[in-house]
Design a protein around this ligand. Sequence first.
Ligand SMILES: Nc1nc2c(c(=O)[nH]1)N[C@H]1C(S)=C(S)[C@@H](COP(=O)(O)OP(=O)(O)OC[C@H]3O[C@@H](n4cnc5c(=O)[nH]c(N)nc54)[C@H](O)[C@@H]3O)O[C@H]1N2
Ligand SMILES: Nc1nc2c(c(=O)[nH]1)N[C@H]1C(S)=C(S)[C@@H](COP(=O)(O)OP(=O)(O)OC[C@H]3O[C@@H](n4cnc5c(=O)[nH]c(N)nc54)[C@H](O)[C@@H]3O)O[C@H]1N2
Ligand SMILES: [Mo]
Length: 803
Amino acid sequence: MTNHWVDIKNADLVVVMGGNAAEAHPVGFRWAMEAKIRNGAKLIVIDPRFTRTASVADFYTPIRSGTDIAFLSGVLLYLITNNKINREYVEAYTNASLIVREDFSFEDGLFSGYDEQTRKYDKTTWHYELDDQGFAKRDTTLSHPRCVWNLLKTHVSRYTPEMVENICGTPRADFLQVCEYLAETSAKDKTTSFLYALGWTQHSVGAQNIRTMAMIQLLLGNMGMAGGGVNALRGHSNIQGLTDLGLLSQSLPGYLSLPSEKQTSLETYLQASTPKPTLPGQVNYWGNYPKFFVSMMKAFFGEHATKENSWGFDWLPKWDKMYDVLQYFEMMHQGKVNGYICQGFNPVASFPNKNKVVASLSKLKYLITIDPLNTETATFWQNHGESNDVDPSTIQTEVFRLPSTCFAEENGSIVNSGRWLQWHWKGADAPGEALNDGEILAGIYLRLREMYASEGGTVPEPVLNMTWNYLTPQAPDTEEVARESNGKALADILDDKGNVLVKKGQQLSTFAHLRDDGTTSSGCWIFTGSWTPEGNQMARRDNADPSGLGNTLGWAWAWPLNRRILYNRASADPQGNPWDPKRQLLKWDGAKWSGVDVADYSTAAPGSGVGPFIMQPEGMGRLFAIDKMAEGPFPEHYEPFETPIGTNPLHPKVVSNPAARLFNDDRDAMGKADKFPYVGTTYRLTEHFHYWTKHALLNAIAQPEQFVEIGEKLANKLGIAHGDMVKVSSNRGYIKAKAVVTKRIRTLKVDGKNIDTIGVPIHWGYEGVARKGFLANTLTPFVGDANTQTPEFKTFLVNVEKV
Ligand SMILES: Nc1nc2c(c(=O)[nH]1)N[C@H]1C(S)=C(S)[C@@H](COP(=O)(O)OP(=O)(O)OC[C@H]3O[C@@H](n4cnc5c(=O)[nH]c(N)nc54)[C@H](O)[C@@H]3O)O[C@H]1N2
Ligand SMILES: Nc1nc2c(c(=O)[nH]1)N[C@H]1C(S)=C(S)[C@@H](COP(=O)(O)OP(=O)(O)OC[C@H]3O[C@@H](n4cnc5c(=O)[nH]c(N)nc54)[C@H](O)[C@@H]3O)O[C@H]1N2
Ligand SMILES: [Mo]
């Protein structure tokens, strides 16, 4: 979230699209209700199903799953044509006025630079035209034909209300009603908050779904505003912490990137990772990359990391390709992986194409699961009848189960969707022989280190040189790890004039004090400030809220630097006056910004032209994403890989995302609408949490067994009655389930055809105390988003029969 949970109450319009907050985030959803009931906000829902969120909304309209880019691009067109934008904001704070290279193009569904062989883009042409000094050319009158604004207008011109209706199946009048709701919040004193989750991310175009919405927020002038923002409602309670700490295959803590094999030296790596400003005078905060990186290496390797050995750069693994989970299971499937450690992850249940996952695990030599529960993954080798019909005698994988504790059984911090690090305290001791994850990992690490020390091995340095100075090495305290993440001074840190800012040995209070000369260490730069000389900031529990805007700066601690609303300088106009006085976050006092939030770059004077989007080299929000997105600088509608209409009404030559993550055998496993005519979509229920709570009796009683939802019209046509047993099949397998016949799912008219959707909740399997049965992911396709590799769980093709 750029904003945070409590801030939702400040919105005039809450749009839930690509999520079902009432059901999946029932506690946080109170802030949407607070906006509606106390502040008179409107709540609208756009979802293929009439959900529990829709049931309390002011307005609901359906959409065909996988078509939100068309819908949102239609909104962009509406806002532009009807001049319902915050023009001043767009001109000053977005890259609308920057001029794009002459050789950039878009034709027949493809942007310039596409290579069909590698299914990748060369992004060189997606860049600004630069002047002699290397700065982007700009036309503040927005009249240059190649300024972002005019390119955007041309790009979205195809997404007329007719086209939106034709692609999305949303009735035109409903679509226009949504446009009107949004348009109202282009006023300077009105904001929209978008709440989304998997309904947007779990698509082969997931990241671009979110970009399109972010572009709407820029046009409306809603970024940086209380009650505005781009608000991802995160899933697992600490999944925000997972990305913050860089637990993805190409990441390092604090959104640094792991070097690639092409970056063979510290110099080439830092050069590639440290951007130069693209407009004069901009903050370009990522320009500090070397300070974050060197400080992290000092936290990893301590005294072993020196200037002479490039801070241990050679000890980091270098990636040759992405090792996201899809890639990894593909490699396993090809027999290229020996062992797999599965920690807090149940891929047989949660990953697409369950039969492929089981076949992949069957090729391992060993599998380790670290989990408090028995999972389908741990018992993948057992025959569970129709739902897991394997022959154990043919599977050689040795499975080790290491029982772990659960989060409530240890101290630690959890980062919520609003980037708040909240400290929590252990509630109870874990049963039996369970150890916490830290102890398990420490145990494995210390034994490996012993083996490297006594037996040697290839590249022993990363293991032997790692800092491990915890009081009890085999059981690091979460407090020690938290202090390490925050970081400290390794020598006296001086300012420009030679005054001591931080004394040697002291905890740091801000990442502004990080250095690239080895005198500071910090495990995760964005967490600097969470554990200062004043102690654990995450444990603070003062909920005072003087402004009434809900920022509660004394409650827990938010990264970065306890800032609650990102880009908050954009809440004031270029002269420094708040766009909306009742949403005033900051005030300029002649020397710095301060107020009811921690200012984002507090010393940039109004009128100085220092853009509020300080992480971007141009200091502006991007309507044209110059070099980031895998499939194009503008979002474009591509059909899901299993498309019910078999074509793309905009450009039949390029149907689906040309840069999506897809392996050859999975392409062959895609089904077509002739055999699988219905759209399958998967989702969760309040009564269960994924695949854990089927182990808990009360949850198992509340929702005892797999069901699927079928619209009345289709059910009548197929002769299926409420409570009948049905077989739902895709080109990858089938499940059997009880039919719930419902009015909540409508038949939609798309590209001249009637399209029906089958809803498949995800929570059951063959372990636990709920009724045993199939795994929903038997049905889903093994294809991922081009940027995040998130699987396309939300749209695929199925058939339904009564059994
Ligand atoms: N009770 C409970 N709460 C949970 C979880 C749980 O298992 N149980 N899981 C947690 C986790 S890890 C996560 S990530 C979150 C997920 O939170 P959500 O994303 O809110 O949950 P889902 O139920 O997966 O899907 C949300 C909605 O997206 C809709 N949808 C599907 N396709 C599309 C589309 O193309 N466009 C639009 N506009 N909507 C679409 C679906 O119909 C569904 O209603 O929930 C978290 N909260
Ligand atoms: N078809 C379909 N598939 C989906 C989704 C969907 O919407 N549709 N949603 C996807 C999403 S968003 C998610 S997040 C995934 C979830 O996928 P998983 O993360 O694989 O599913 P969980 O059941 O949450 O599994 C987490 C495991 O962690 C264990 N655990 C709990 N606490 C601890 C701990 O402290 N330490 C350790 N070591 N283990 C612990 C639990 O017992 C559980 O077995 O599913 C994905 N799969
Ligand atoms: Mo999730």
